[in-house]
Structure formats: C-alpha cells, structure tokens
Ligand binder design. Structure first.
Ligand code: HEM
Length: 358
C-alpha cells in the first residue's frame, strides 16, 4: 500500500493482522530467543493476546515523568558531543545516534554505568537480525547476543523485585502480575521495547540531521530559534522515517477502488511512500519544516492497536538529540552523506561523518 490515505486507514483495519511467527520462519529461524521475540511478543500478536502483552508496558511507560526523561537524554547527548569536541569530527551514526537511545533505555531500566558498554554491544548485535539483509553470521551472533540480553534483563528484574524499588521495571512487573504474563512473556516485551527503541531512533536521528545540514537556511533557523525543533523533527520523520513500513496479513478480502485485495496475502503498508504522497504533501521531495500539515508525519509511529507504545519517548529523543546539536555545534557541516536502506520495517544507515571548527 503506497498512498497516504490507504496506509493511514488500513493501519486501523482489523482485516489486516500482525504476522505472528511468519517472519522468523521465512528467515529459517524456528527456535531460540530470536524466535521467542516473535512467538511471545506484542509486535507480532493480535487481539486479546496483544492487549495482554502490551498493557503492562504501556501503563508503566505512562507513569514515567517525561520532563525528567528529556533532561536525562539532553545530558547524555551533551556528554556524547563533549567526548568528541576536541577532535572536531564525529561519526554521527555510531557515536551519537546509536548511543543516545541506548543511554536513554539504560536510564529507564536502571542499568548500572559499569554494564552499559556490554549492554550496548549486545543490543547492537541482537538488532542485526531486524535490519535489512542480515548475513548468516550476523543472525548467529544476533541469537547469542539476544540470549545475553534476555539473561541480563532477567537479572535486572530479579533485582527490582528484591529491592522493592519503585522504578520502571518494578512497576512493569506489578502490572504484569495483573495480566498474568508468563516470565518468558515478561522478558520478551522488554526486549521488544529495546529493539523498538533503538534502530528506529538511530536512523531517524541521522536522517533528520543530514536533512538539516543539507538545508543550511533551515539549520540556521533552528539554531537561532529552538522552538522550531519539533517541526524539524516532524519533517525529518516524514522525509526519511526510521521505520519504512509495517507488514500485515489480510484475513478477509478487502475492496479498494474496485480492486480486491484477497485474504491470505502479505501486505506492506509503506510509510516511506505514504509520507511522500504528492496528494497530501506539496512538493514531497523537498525538506521543508514550515509545512502546514506536519502533524500527519506522526504516521511514522504507526497506527491502530500496534501504534508505537513509546511515541513520546521517541519524540523526546529525536527533539533533544537535534536541539543539543543545534545548541552546541551551530557550525556543524556534513562531511559524508550516508545511505539509507530498507523498505519493509527497520531501516539502516551507513556511516555519516560531520565536522565543526574547534
Ligand atoms: C523514531 C522513533 C520511533 C519510530 C519511528 C517508531 C515507530 C514505530 C512503529 C511504526 C510501530 C508500529 C509497528 C507495527 O505496527 O507493526 C512501533 C511500535 C513499537 N515501538 Fe516504536 N518507534 C519509535 C521509537 C520507539 C521507542 C523509543 C521505543 C521504546 C523505548 C519504541 C517501542 C516500540 C514498541 C515496543 C512497539 C510495539 C507496539 C505494539 O506492537 O503494540 N519505539 N514503533
């Protein structure tokens, strides 16, 4: 599905369902933690099972204080820039956009500072399975890393139970008891939070910065007026969304403009296409943060039952990530232009060097 209105409408149509274990099976993965992420996770579940798995997480997230989260992200972003300040160069994808969402998750999950390097390395390796075109070796490494992440989270949950802490994990555990989630389900939803909260943010952070720096007038405008940051982020998500689209399966025939989409088909609802639909967005291939209908870019967070469970956190990371760059490095310039790949789900970005005068 390519047109904006079809994609937006069908995101909410129960005749299109999440794909359960179709994706790992197609990739030849039929057991292990990677398989369990699909078999026991919310993202690929439907109906009551989906609601039961999603509800504890969304309730625990709703209890978070967003302003505190933003402050934390801001501090983490400033520290990442400080680490490279004297070199005058930064590889934005690995050294900023990949690290910021992991630091944000680490604070939410109360990962001790001494564990963050291992936590980050294993998340990055696990995520390879979800990026476009993983090699066999990357899939094998992703399984090992996913086992590490699962064991590590199990330890954090046990610690939260033991300490009777009031943090996010303790609250989440309390809500899972009401929903009677099995321990494997409890763990997998946190793993999905990690997967959902890292790759999408990484690509979107790089993409929005590249567009800003490619349009120096708009970059200067944002640097001198920080209230423009939310518009810049929305236009960045429209122009190069972090998630290319979502795949569903049709469970009934669907009539569309006199055509029939038959039951039993895999259907791609394409955000990259919908967000450049010329019937909705004037001059769609131009980056323009003064568009009147930027709220439509929220389609990049999906819709219907599976709409991003952490949209507010994702936006906070993108906005603070851009705002700190504009504040600290207004003379930033693009040195190498990255390539964005992937048209189904998670997208990936190649390296992106930026530089500034020291
Ligand atoms: C640029 C930032 C983000 C984008 C573009 C994005 C996009 C999306 C989209 C499109 C979906 C729907 C998937 C589907 O319908 O199949 C989704 C779901 C989800 N997202 Fe996000 N997301 C972002 C940030 C985050 C963050 C920061 C987190 C966690 C900290 C997160 C966690 C999740 C989870 C767990 C789901 C599954 C919800 C469900 O199946 O009910 N996302 N996201």
């Amino acid at each position: 599905m390519l047109r904006h209105d079809d994609v937006a409408r069908l995101m909410n149509d129960s005749r299109l369902q999440a794909t359960d274990i179709a994706m790992p099976v197609q990739a030849g993965v039929t057991e292990g933690v990677l398989f369990d992420i699909f078999a026991h996770g919310m993202l690929t579940a439907n109906g009551d099972v989906h609601a039961r798995r999603r509800s504890p997480l969304s309730r625990a997230l709703a209890n978070q204080v967003l302003d505190q989260f933003r402050q934390h992200v801001r501090k983490a972003a400033a520290a990442l820039i400080d680490a490279s300040m004297q070199t005058g160069r930064l590889e934005l994808a690995s050294d900023y956009a990949a690290k910021l969402p992991i630091l944000a998750l680490a604070s939410l999950l109360e990962v001790p500072a001494t564990d963050i390097a291992d936590f980050a390395r294993n998340i990055y390796a696990m995520n390879a399975f979800f990026r476009p075109d993983p090699t066999d070796e990357a899939v094998a490494d992703a399984e090992t890393a996913a086992q590490w992440v699962q064991n590590y989270l199990d330890g954090l949950l046990t610690q939260a139970e033991r300490d009777r802490s009031r943090g996010f994990l303790a609250q989440y555990l309390e809500f899972t008891e009401e929903g009677k989630l099995a321990r494997s389900e409890v763990l997998v939803q946190i793993i999905q939070l990690i997967i959902g909260g890292t790759e999408s943010v990484r690509t979107a952070l790089v993409a929005q910065t590249v567009q800003m720096l490619s349009n120096p007038e708009q970059w200067r405008a944002v640097c001198s007026d920080p209230t423009l940051v939310p518009n810049a982020v929305a236009e960045g998500m429209r122009f190069e969304p972090g998630i290319a689209g979502v795949v569903r399966v049709s469970v009934q025939d669907i009539e569309l403009d006199g055509w029939t989409l038959p039951a039993g088909q895999l259907v791609l609802l394409s955000f990259v296409s919908a967000l450049r639909d010329e019937h909705i967005f004037d001059r769609p291939d131009i980056f323009d943060l003064s568009r009147p209908n930027l709220k439509l870019a929220r389609l990049a967070f999906g819709g219907g039952a599976h709409k991003c469970v952490a949209e507010a956190m994702g936006l906070a990371e993108l906005e603070e990530g851009l705002s700190v760059l504009a504040d600290r490095l207004p003379g930033l310039e693009l040195e190498t232009r990255p390539r964005f790949q992937g048209h189904m789900f998670v997208r990936k970005t190649s390296a992106c060097w930026v530089r500034w005068d020291r």
